[in-house]
Design a protein around this ligand. Structure first.
Ligand SMILES: *Cc1c(COP(=O)(O)O)cnc(C)c1O
Length: 384
């Protein structure tokens, strides 16, 4: 972890913290695992007096409060908000920017973020510039006096680019703007952007946090509660991107085992990336854990391990890449990532026309199967 002088406090170690955060024994029953409160409404006094701390489900519910406590602790922020999806969290953040704000966002970014900015940014009174956010000079050139937020995603989707969070935070703050990091690929287990100077972290909880490909959710974690937490809490009440209790409960359960899972995802991904690197049918492997990766040294500094996502450029073009994807047996052809099972995706087909993703790129979400089985599957798919 990134912890420094407080290293001996067991609650600073994420393996321990994630088991205990928001995990108080239920006072009503003694239940060790948290109950799921499905109630949409909570008793108040005859004059609307707050009796129990909850009023209406859209504004908050006990299962979500437990989850937000755990999310804030995991990323080391003062406050966290949970949403119905990762993109709901993204939209809530962008909608909170004052009208007339300018946004700098990465060229290689989750395609839903790019499409949201392009389709809705101007309706929300925003202007935006796409830049290679991993290149400080490119960010400096994109900054304007009215730039309010710089959006970074590291490692990035799907090209696994690495952005140096501490250096970027310094540049952005020097300009009077704030830095948000989409930490979905890394999770707080491997990288804690707030410790490195970022102001906000966003996660698609649908991925490694849920961890089993069965729940949709998103989160924002704030280094300082003010001004974003009260502002976006209010917009969540009024615009309604609130999550269901069951989804909050599943993500909270996922967090309990996340440290173990993410370590194994990363170990399997490294083993597979090393096995595919230099293979005659493979043009390039994008994985920050490989010493030849342009972001390797930075990733070593700011990440505990390199994550479970690997992109492979198959020698040839679209046809050769799709052919390999069709021959894999343990990797299911499907979108999304971060579940226990391995997935493969020809990303350009999913992102559609105009995508900057190379046509011969296959994105892998490396699962928790035995690494030797995953490597053997790739070797047979490559025709060995
Ligand atoms: C999936 C994903 C999102 C969007 O999250 P949803 O939960 O699908 O809405 C955002 N960023 C990254 C990096 C993602 O992988």
């Amino acid at each position: 972890m990134q912890s420094t002088e407080k290293e001996t406090d067991p609650t600073d170690r994420l393996e321990t913290l994630l088991i205990h955060a928001g995990a108080e024994v239920d006072p009503a029953t003694g239940a060790v695992t948290p109950p799921i409160h499905l109630a949409t409404t909570y008793q108040h006094g005859p004059g609307g007096e707050d009796l129990h701390g909850f009023e209406y489900i859209r504004e908050g519910h006990p299962t979500q409060t437990r989850l937000e406590t755990a999310l804030a602790a995991a990323d080391g922020g003062e406050a966290a908000l949970f949403f119905s999806s990762g993109l709901a969290a993204v939209a809530s953040m962008l909608q909170a920017l004052p009208e007339g704000s300018h946004l700098v966002f990465p060229k290689d970014v989750y395609h839903g973020v790019r499409k949201m900015v392009q389709r809705f940014g101007s309706r929300w009174g925003l202007t935006a510039t796409a830049a290679d956010v991993s290149d400080l000079a490119a960010v400096r050139a994109a900054l304007r006096p009215e730039t309010r937020l710089v959006w970074a995603e590291t490692p990035s989707n799907p090209q696994l680019r690495i952005t140096e969070i501490a250096a970027l935070a310094e540049l952005v703050h020097g300009h009077g703007a704030e830095l948000l990091v989409d930490g979905t690929f890394a999770t707080p287990i491997l990288q804690r952007p707030l410790d490195l100077g970022a102001d906000v972290v966003m996660h698609s909880a649908t991925k490694y946090m849920g961890g089993h490909s069965d729940v949709l959710g998103g989160a924002l974690i704030f280094r300082k509660a003010a001004p974003w937490h009260p502002e976006i809490l209010e917009s969540r009440h009024l615009l309604g991107p609130a999550a269901s209790p069951f989804n909050a409960w599943l993500v909270l359960r996922g967090l309990r085992s996340m440290a173990c899972r993410v370590e194994r995802h990363a170990a399997n991904a490294l083993a597979l990336a090393e096995a595919l690197h230099g293979h005659p049918k493979v043009e390039t492997v994008y994985y920050p854990g490989l010493p030849g990766h342009p972001g390797h040294e930075i990733a070593r500094k700011q990440m505990k391990a390199f994550g479970g996502m690997v992109s492979v450029l198959v020698r040839g073009g679209r046809e050769e890449a799709v052919e390999v994807a069709s021959r894999l047996r343990l990797f299911t052809n499907a979108t999304s990532l971060g579940g226990v099972e391995s997935l493969v995706e020809h990303r350009a087909s999913i992102e559609g026309p105009g995508t900057p993703t190379p046509q011969n790129l296959l994105r892998l979400s490396v699962g928790l199967e035995h690494a030797d089985d995953l490597i053997a599957d790739w070797k047979q798919a490559l025709g060995e």
